[in-house]
Design a protein around this ligand. Structure first.
Ligand code: ADP
Ligand code: MG
Ligand code: MG
Length: 295
């Protein structure tokens, strides 16, 4: 998944702890082998190769994740859209490669989740247009974290944290107190905000992990489907939710939507909170995080 995975768990038996760590890593690797666009044998890679030619049958697991992605596309008016990948590797921050305007326009015409033809009865997917691609990078890590948490919970673990990149989920608390999760300053190393959390998920999307700067602007990995270009209204979005899959998808979604529309969406969803940092460094909180006695 191109990221670091971190697991901390509290367990009396150290051997059993090792076994559980390994099970979590195996699950991460299983999901990677299924959903990576870079592994030829991955189901997702096969979809990208074939779905423009004919409907491709999809495993229940992947089909559900694509459906969930499309749900977030619908509630966000297309800000979250797994067909962003139609831009392809023309957008390669690792090599400072970005698409020119013509390429961007051509690809933007292919970015549209409504052009994904999902057949639930047959469990197949087809692309309406040749050249379309999908990528689950905005939601798969959250999904993987939830699966890891399920493995630990089924094994009776009562206190743990699982992190994959910017996506974390906590089981229980940290020895009677909440876990303390830091949100980084988007232009520095220090944590600007510390969030106390138990039994919850938090995901942060930022423009400071994978990027390059050119012509005075930042090219990074969160794409505004409407522009076929990096989203630039916010620097950092953290979402709190019960499950990582929702926190992950929504952190990417809100990053694209920007502060006004993003916060409006968050405030409309039950059980979802947000902490945003905008271009001026201003921090804002969703309604449920604002203490009414402070006003
Ligand atoms: P991270 O990868 O650091 O966890 P995010 O959760 O915000 O960060 O996901 C960013 C990833 O989401 C990108 O690397 C890309 O794979 C995918 N992505 C980028 N733009 C979009 C978008 N508009 N809709 C859905 N997925 C996206
Ligand atoms: Mg995300
Ligand atoms: Mg993520």
């Amino acid at each position: 998944m191109g990221t670091r995975v971190f697991v901390e768990l509290w367990q009396d038996d150290p051997q059993q702890a090792q076994v559980l760590m390994q099970r979590v890593m195996d699950e991460m690797e299983r999901i990677n082998q299924l959903m990576s666009p870079y592994i030829d044998t991955a189901e997702l890679a096969r979809i990208n190769r074939e779905a423009a030619d004919h409907p491709v049958s999809v495993s229940t697991e992947l089909f559900k994740l694509i459906q969930k992605s499309n749900y977030y596309s619908q509630v966000s008016g297309g800000a979250f859209d797994i067909t962003f990948a139609s831009l392809g590797h023309r957008f390669d921050y690792r090599n400072r490669v970005r698409p020119d305007e013509a390429q961007q326009k051509a690809a933007a015409a292919l970015i549209d989740y409504r052009q994904l033809k999902l057949n639930a009865a047959e469990q197949t997917i087809a692309f309406a247009k040749p050249g379309m691609r999908i990528d689950l990078g905005g939601i798969a890590k959250g999904y993987a974290v939830d699966n890891a948490v399920a493995i630990l919970q089924q094994a009776g673990v009562n206190n743990a944290v699982v992190t994959a990149g910017g996506d974390s989920r906590l089981i229980g608390d940290h020895r009677g107190r909440p876990w303390m999760l830091g949100i980084k300053h988007p232009r520095g190393e220090e944590h600007v905000i510390t969030v106390p959390l138990s039994n919850a998920a938090i995901s942060t999307s930022g423009d400071y992990e994978r990027y390059f700067d050119a012509d005075g602007v930042r090219f990074h990995h969160i794409i505004d489907p409407a522009q076929g270009d990096s989203a630039r209204e916010l620097l950092s979005v953290s979402i709190l939710a019960n499950q990582s899959i929702d926190a992950d998808a929504l952190s990417t979604t809100v990053f694209v939507l920007g502060p006004e529309k993003g916060m409006k969406l968050v405030n409309s969803l039950a059980g979802i909170s947000a902490i945003l940092i905008d271009r001026t460094g201003k921090v804002s909180y969703s309604n449920d995080l604002i203490d009414p006695t402070m006003h």
